[in-house]
Design a protein around this ligand. Structure first.
Ligand code: SER
Length: 586
């Protein structure tokens, strides 16, 4: 049987045979990328290399990447949408292009040595062309030459057959997608690959990244032609096993079973949502970056996922706390392959339990308040629903649900208007981040990135060698650096750190880049915080005089004199033993 484990192994073996280096999955939390909260595709961590920087492991890469996409959170519970999933991918960084990519995709899908899918059930889509970029006849011809009948090659517009930044700058290009016919009846005359009715199962996407979308919205040719492909593990396994949905595969069945053991009023959709959300939560909490539930950025998504799981637990009739039990199962199932789950299991189970307890109280208070208003007014207005939400964190869906039991309706659109009125400002600030997007390698973020290395080194000098990077996030406005330190950093210490960084800037020190094995880098004293299992074979080491030496993907400025004046704006606590500094370059 094609289990996930077997599929991942086959895929990586296949591309190893085709000369690809197998690289480790990057963290779920992107570093130095201001445009996304989570790694949403295998290509995200590779943006600098797609833009032309040489990759230390070569021009052909492949991996199995942990991904999170929250854009479709409302679809979770259907046959295939997930917030967290694994994505297999292979990349050519200015090496092979359409011919090899397509031929290899076809070989892997149909050869008896590999997946051995029925050739007659495969159809493909190619880019139709528009005012920016012409029709992708080349890909279609390659498909035809290897045996896909002309009538099974469809041409679709940018919204279907183009991959890259939504309204943002960065590498992008036309793609060709592969579909498997499940044998279901067509849902209508227009039913074709790309239709969501379930007849055509999307298996794989080969993107030909040949363009860079500029700020002005123009598509400029990149210096190199890249290939970026993506195959979702869960959905492909479901297809290979002939299952109608991802939850019936071994990636979910034991989690689903555990939930059903505690559910008093079983309901498939809520069980799926709990399973998906808690699996995502376990992987985010296990990530080395130390994200915990909070009201901002990744921490907010984490909080939302846990709370949504708890709420759906209630819909399943589960009274007490249950998330920890389910999370334990996730650790048990995935822990061997993803050692960070076992390593951080105590921490992650504690965080899940604490957040569940916090929310259970909110839910309890909210229900009491609901009853009080209902007794007085005999109904709950949109405004009351909003107050319940704002003051008690009581979700609208819960209000609607209880109202329904009592025989009345809450005006959702009036609630949403109220909500938007209050939220529009804070929403505006973060909206861009929820979309899938690409790294903004603009000059200022590169400068901030180099400043981060200087800050890291200065903190180690002033506070001690226990200081270790826990997370980094850069926007054009500021850099944010999380690090291990047991206590608050004093004003004097911060001034000292600023002084060291500014002296390094004044000294006009060249930033040098070198490629070597991780072992050599460590021997030379370069800072590198990798989990041994995931350490890549070859890495870049960036050295700034005798001040800083760090293993890092880059990019960086050429000389510290490019940075300007460094200023610390804020120092605060993130979680026990982890501090955060926000700083700017003036
Ligand atoms: N980046 C493309 C995707 O996510 C191919 O990997 O589908």
């Amino acid at each position: 049987m094609w289990t996930a484990k077997k599929l991942v192994k086959a895929y990586l073996d296949f591309f190893r045979e085709k000369g690809h280096a197998i690289i480790p999955s990057a963290s779920l939390i992107p570093e130095h990328d201001p445009t996304v909260l989570f790694t949403a595709a295998g290509m995200h961590p590779l943006v600098p290399y797609l833009l032309g920087q040489p990759h230390p492991e070569g021009k052909r890469l492949a991996n199995n990447q942990k991904c999170i996409r929250t854009g479709d959170i409302d679809e979770v519970g259907d046959a295939s949408h997930l917030t967290f999933f694994f994505m297999l991918g292979n990349w050519s960084l200015g090496d092979y292009f359409k011919k090899e990519a397509i031929e290899w995709s076809y070989e892997f899908l149909t050869s008896k040595k590999w997946l051995g899918l029925d050739k007659n059930k495969i159809s493909v889509t190619c880019f139709k062309g528009d005012k920016d970029v012409s029709k992708d006849e080349e890909s279609a011809k390659i498909w035809e030459s290897i045996g896909i009948p002309k009538e099974l090659i469809y041409f679709l517009p940018k919204k279907d057959n183009w991959w890259g930044p939504a309204g943002k700058t960065g590498p992008c290009g036309p793609d060709t997608e592969m579909f498997y016919d499940t044998g279901k009846k067509k849902c209508g005359r227009d039913c074709k690959p790309g239709c969501n009715c379930g007849k055509y199962f999307e298996i794989w996407n080969d993107v030909f990244m040949q363009y860079n979308k500029t700020v002005a919205g123009k598509f400029e040719k990149l210096t190199q032609r890249n290939v970026d492909t993506g195959m979702g593990v869960e959905r492909t396994v479901a297809m290979l096993q002939g299952k109608g949905n991802v939850y019936e595969t071994e990636m979910f069945t034991l989690i689903m079973k555990k939930i059903n053991e505690v559910a008093k009023e079983p309901n498939e959709k809520s069980t799926r949502i709990v399973a998906d959300h808690l699996r995502a939560v376990v992987f985010v909490l296990a990530d080395e970056k130390g994200i915990v539930p909070s009201n901002v950025e990744q921490g907010y998504i984490l909080r939302r996922l846990i709370r949504r799981a708890v709420r759906h637990g209630r819909l399943l009739g589960i009274e007490g706390s249950f998330c920890k039990k389910i999370a334990k199962k996730v650790v048990e199932i995935y822990g061997d392959e993803w050692p960070e789950l076992k390593k951080n299991s105590v921490h992650l189970l504690k965080e899940i339990e604490a957040e569940e307890e916090k929310f259970a109280k909110v839910l309890g208070l909210g229900v009491k308040m609901f009853e009080k208003i209902f007794k007085k007014q005999g109904k709950i207005s949109a405004n009351d629903a909003f107050l319940l939400y704002q003051s008690y964190g009581f979700p609208l869906e819960m209000t609607v649900e209880i109202a329904k039991e009592k025989g009345f309706e809450v005006d959702k659109s009036a609630f949403e208007k109220e909500f938007e009125k209050h939220q529009s400002l804070s929403r505006k600030a973060t909206a861009g981040k929820f979309k899938s997007g690409l790294a903004d390698n603009s000059e200022i973020t590169v400068r901030m990135h180099t400043a981060t290395h200087l800050l890291h080194a200065a903190l180690r000098k002033v506070l001690g060698k226990h200081v270790q990077q826990k997370g980094s996030n850069i926007t054009p406005e500021r850099l944010r650096f999380d690090f291990v330190n047991p206590e608050k950093v004093s004003k004097e210490q911060l001034e000292e750190v600023e002084k060291i960084v500014n002296a390094a800037i004044k000294a006009k020190i060249p930033v040098e880049q070198k490629e070597e094995s991780l072992e050599e880098a460590k021997k030379e004293g370069a800072l590198a915080f990798f989990d041994a299992k995931y350490a890549p074979e070859k890495v870049y080491v960036y050295t700034i005089g005798n001040i800083s030496k760090e293993v890092c993907a880059g990019p960086h400025v050429k000389n510290t004199s490019e940075l300007g004046k460094f200023k610390i704006k804020k120092e605060e606590s993130v979680s026990a033993g982890v501090r955060r500094i926000k700083a700017v370059l003036e």
